[in-house]
Design a protein around this ligand. Sequence first.
Ligand code: MEV
Length: 385
Amino acid sequence: MSGSRLPGFFRLGIDERRRIVAELGGVDGATLAAVLDRGGIDIATADRMIENVIGTHGLPLGVATNFLVDGSDVLVPMAIEEPSVVAAASNAARLVREGGGFITDADPPLMIAQVQLVDVPEPALCSERITKAAPELCAIADRAMPTVVARGGGAREVEVRDLGDGMMVVHLVVDCRDAMGANVVNTVAEAVAPRICQIAGARVGLRILSNLADRRRVRVLARVPAAALAHGGRPAREVVLGIAGASRFAEKDPYRAATHNKGIMNGVDAVVIATGNDWRAVEAGAHAHAASSGRYRPLSTWSESENGDLVGSIEMPLALGTVGGAARLHDGAKLVLEILGVRGASELARIACAVGLASNLAALRALATEGIQEGHMPLARRGSS
Ligand code: MEV
């Protein structure tokens, strides 16, 4: 067994699976077992993380196999309660592997701090003054986040938006490097607000990050050779067209798009949770982005390529961190990051997005062929190949 292509992994016992994951993930086997035996977190740590603690709450942690992302094999730990998701993502990753694997691309890790202004007397003049003061505001912001600046991040841009009725909002665009960014961006919003208030001659309202992290988008492409899709006596072309047709359905109908996107989030959230990241923030950003055209749309689409292969793409905002937050305290999250072998937040986001696209492909293939109950659910018993 090598890389992430592990046929028959599902047939092994838990100890043997752990041994393989430790070996391939380059982590100490005894440490892996000790951390996972206590569910990733001990009660004393839990008591430091939140309030009024009475225990910890476990979820199954599985490992998706077969993922080839930007030419590298990766074993993907997923925390999720729903049967079939891990096996289905692994199966879809095997199909995409036959087309060369997932190809990804990510924006720089830019997050938005919002400072709301109310009772603005002259919006046009206010906008002009704040825009002129951008270098000063960026300098104030940078002084409020020395650690982020030391890591190469910092304030990058100031945007002013007129929301009408005397309400405006100032955006400080912050490069937060490998942090998810919520803490630092909220600190920045509060640090720059008094000066913005002086310049604007208006009252400051809310000072908080935006979870519509649309400056921090990730894109993933996948190609599956048509021949790999022939399934259960169905010719390959029928399956390709069935999946493309399922995608058209989601593009035309928000009721279907919501379920299509839920299938994507099955994969994304399982990685987000396993790495101790804020899945509510990721969900909020994903759905706000899905609706950003004014109509709720699918985050991914699939079509038949010129040579008859199936091609899919996804774009979504993903605000994930590999430093700070739970990644600092939660031993299970730290272990998962080690197994993934990611060098930073961008790489983690690319992998999570690829897993989302794989989960989506698996669901659409089952829906377009034998149906989800017949095809997808029995995977829970059969495992992945
Ligand atoms: C179930 O968790 C997810 C699906 O409903 C997604 C879809 O319909 O595309 C199978």
